[in-house]
Design a protein around this ligand. Sequence first.
Ligand SMILES: NC(=O)c1ccc[n+]([C@@H]2O[C@H](COP(=O)([O-])OP(=O)(O)OC[C@H]3O[C@@H](n4cnc5c(N)ncnc54)[C@H](OP(=O)(O)O)[C@@H]3O)[C@@H](O)[C@H]2O)c1
Length: 277
Amino acid sequence: MKAVVITGASSGIGFEIARLLSKNYLVIGIGRSKTNCKNAKDAILNENPDAKIVYFIADLIQQNEVNRVADEIIAYLESSNNSKLYALVNNAGCVRSWYTTSEEGYEQQFSLNHLAGFLLTYRLLPLIIKAEGRIIMTGSQSHKGIKMHWDDVMLRKKYNPLTAYKQSKLCNILFARGLNDRLGNTGVKAYVVDPGLVKTDIGNKQTGGIVNLIWSIRKKHGVSPKVPAKTYEFLIEKHPAPPGLYYCLCKEKAYSRQVTSENADRLFVLSRKLCGI
Ligand SMILES: NC(=O)c1ccc[n+]([C@@H]2O[C@H](COP(=O)([O-])OP(=O)(O)OC[C@H]3O[C@@H](n4cnc5c(N)ncnc54)[C@H](OP(=O)(O)O)[C@@H]3O)[C@@H](O)[C@H]2O)c1
């Protein structure tokens, strides 16, 4: 059975992607909480006892955790005679109200929303190349209207939570662009999904004050996570591979003019350095 890896598969959009894909794929979900992962797995199996779903626990904000879970997944795939990975969905994401850092001292939104996906992709890439697979980042419309803060990418000097979130979402699409620029001849394709406004609790986890309040109001207008989940299925299953970079509701969408090969290269070099690659 073809295997796919989904990060942030214990709730929200990632959970719905896992539920949808576990009908036809071996889904390897990653979540940070043992309880949430168990609940997610139980819910999927209750609905469909034939679903193929396993969860691995890792706090992907921390790079040693990303490396550990990558080792565990590679070993798991080898032990189940699966040498190929058909898709990696870098979906785990967070919002923070204040400047907080990972153990490496990296701002947490930048660390989880971008660097974790960068490092996990690097670690799993040989298996993805074997499958000529797809790499999908969960981006956001909010990547528009912002530029990279190259002189202070973690916003250490002047932190603004929304700026940090938007920049991390711009990184998602720059990373996908950088991957396509480098992997063009391997058959691997990278994409970004804009899920739209989705009713999840992302802005109410480890946040406080105005961020928490605004999200509590805003999410009421969001769609069910089932809606964006279909776009991931489309991008993974469609043959030949869809030609674009940025998709919403299974259709190509225009992205920011900041998404240039030059910016993508700059982010690639910086991310390699920050991930110790
Ligand atoms: N909701 C929206 O309207 C919207 C719009 C645009 C883009 N997005 C993007 O969609 C993605 C998914 O967000 P969501 O809205 O579905 O939110 P969510 O329901 O909070 O899902 C986030 C997922 O990431 C996991 N996670 C959080 N911190 C983690 C960590 N340190 N290590 C490992 N996993 C971690 C969460 O685990 P727990 O279950 O334990 O919390 C959960 O499984 C994010 O990248 C977000 O930026 C969302």
